[in-house]
Design a protein around this ligand. Sequence first.
Ligand code: SF4
Length: 203
Amino acid sequence: MPPAAALHSRPAEPRGAHKKPAMRILLHICCGPCAIVPIRALRADGHDVDAAFLNPNIHPYQEYERRLEAAREVVDAFDVPLPFVDEYGLTAFLRAVVRSEDERCSICYALRLDRTAEVVAAGGYDAFTTTMFVSTQQDHDAIRSAGEAAASRHGVEFLIRDWRDRVMDGVRESKAMGHYRQQYCGCIYSEWDRYRPKGRDAA
Ligand code: SF4
C-alpha cells in the first residue's frame, strides 16, 4: 500500500453531484470488491458502464488470476460487459518502476490509466474513470493527475470522482456476496510491506 502520508481526506461529495447527460463510460476496475460502489454510482447517474481490467501491477500471477476472477464475478452480477482484459504485463511494469520504487504508485497509476484511455479512444467511449477512487488507501491526487494526463494524451475525458465515503458499503456487499478480497495493494513491493516481519526494513 502507499505510505500513510499519501492518504488524503476530503469532504464527502453529495450523491448525484456529478449528474451529467448519460454517457458511455469505461470503468477501469482494479478488483471486484472495489467495483461495486462505482458501478452503482455511475448507473445511478444514468450512465452506461463497460469495464476494463488492465492491471499489470498485480503480483504474483496467481493473485492476478484470483482478482480477475473476482472482478468477473462482480461485473457478471451487475450485468456489466468486460470487453477489455490485458495480457499480464509483468515485465513492462517492473521495467517501469525499477530504480524508481519511491515513485512507483504514480508510475503504476499512469501505466494503468494510460492504457485505459487508449482503449477508451479506440472504443469510442465518452469518458473513463477508475474504481481506485473508492479506495481510502490510494493517493487520489496522484490518480487524478495520472488520469487527466492520460485523457489529454488520448483526447478523451476522465471523470474525477470521490467514492471514499461509501467504501464500507462495497466491503459489506462484497463480503455478503462471498467475493475474494485481497490482502495487499498489488505489486510485489506492497506484498512485502504487508507481510514483512516486524522490524524488518521496508527496502
Ligand atoms: S500496486 Fe504497488 S505501485 Fe501500484 S498503487 Fe499499489 S503499492 Fe503502488
